[in-house]
Design a protein around this ligand. Structure first.
Ligand code: PEP
Ligand code: MG
Length: 320
């Protein structure tokens, strides 16, 4: 099996009926690039930049960030590279940033909320990204977007920093796509409205499942509610994909679900454009997709979304 997968390393990801999809990798640091290339990653679907801020005792400077982002973009040699802006808060803390204690940190000041609250810190990251953009195919992604207003504010800061850099005579790419993670149910429900303004969506199912089912993703006592195949999740996913396609935009998925053997056929049928997963899952997913027909899966989607429970979905897909 491993030998069969290895043969797929330099191949495109094509279904049995000839449809191409993109398989990307999730990374945390520039060091992860080797794994992406060794496993035939066609893109980086999620670069979690928070690791650059963690395990140290002060904020990374603009130049330090520029170096990291440039290294990743150069290493990808023009392949799509989705960099997520800082997603700190929740369970991820920084020793040098004291934030007020919260009763529900996962529902509190985290990710884009914190960045908009601390615009100087955010602007530094945006400048580093913009400067690095000339070294590859950068796509900027904002995490934990709940409202259109948050997206507009974040994008406005990005455009302001771009204008500043240009007035300083610094080159910035003119083709940077700007998108959002869909990991809060409000954004999934309002996807049609978002789709008019964002360039792309990436569905973060790790959080989307947690917030839709109101079940802490780390809490063993309620792990039975952590159901990727629950029709509630699948319907939200469908809503996002359909909304993006209506506006000529694309949708990826960068939560664990994107590399899941049961989920992959469903996501293919729903029309997902990009699957981003840990690098070690890419070749297996490419092999699975080559044996699936998109047209066949499209024919199963209505039935699957009409099923009542997560278990029914799982049983149905296993028996295809
Ligand atoms: C997600 O929420 O699905 C996701 C990819 O982001 P993280 O796991 O970093 O929260
Ligand atoms: Mg998340």
């Amino acid at each position: 099996q491993k030998a069969e997968w290895a043969k797929l390393k330099n191949e495109a990801t094509v279904t049995k009926d000839g449809v191409e999809v993109e398989l990307g990798a999730n990374i945390g640091t520039p060091k992860d690039l080797t794994g992406v290339l060794d496993n035939g990653g066609e893109a980086i679907g999620l670069y979690r930049t928070e690791f650059l801020y963690m395990g140290r005792d002060n904020f990374p400077t603009e130049d330090e960030q520029f170096d990291a982002y440039s290294a990743v973009l150069k290493g990808m040699e023009g392949k799509p590279t989705v960099v997520r802006t800082l997603d700190i808060g929740g369970d991820k803390e920084l020793s040098y940033l004291t934030l007020p204690k919260e009763l529900n940190p996962f529902l509190g000041l985290r990710a884009i909320r914190l960045c908009l609250e601390m615009p100087d810190m955010f602007r530094t990251q945006l400048r580093a990204l913009l400067r690095a953009s000339v070294h590859g195919n950068l796509k900027v992604m904002f995490p934990m977007i709940a409202t259109l207003d948050e997206f507009r504010q974040a994008k406005a800061l990005l455009l302001e920093e771009k204008a500043k850099l240009e007035s300083e005579g610094i080159d910035v790419s003119d083709s940077i796509e700007v998108g959002i993670m869909v990991e809060i149910p409000s954004a999934a429900v309002m996807a049609d409205t978002f789709a008019k303004e964002v360039d792309f969506f990436s569905i973060g199912t790790n959080d989307l499942i947690q917030y839709t089912m109101a079940a802490d993703r780390m809490n063993e006592s309620v792990s039975y509610l952590y159901q990727p195949y629950n029709p509630a999740i699948l319907r939200l996913v469908k809503n996002v994909i359909d909304a993006s396609h209506k506006e000529g935009k694309w949708t990826g998925m960068c939560g664990e679900m994107a590399g899941d053997e049961i989920a992959i056929p469903i996501l293919l049928g729903l029309g997902l454009d990009e699957f981003s997963m840990s690098a070690s899952s890419i070749l297996k997913a490419r092999s699975q997709l080559s044996r699936l027909s998109k047209a066949d899966m499209e024919g199963h989607v209505d039935h699957i979304l009409g099923l009542a429970t997560s278990q029914e979905v799982e049983d149905y897909v296993k028996n295809l």
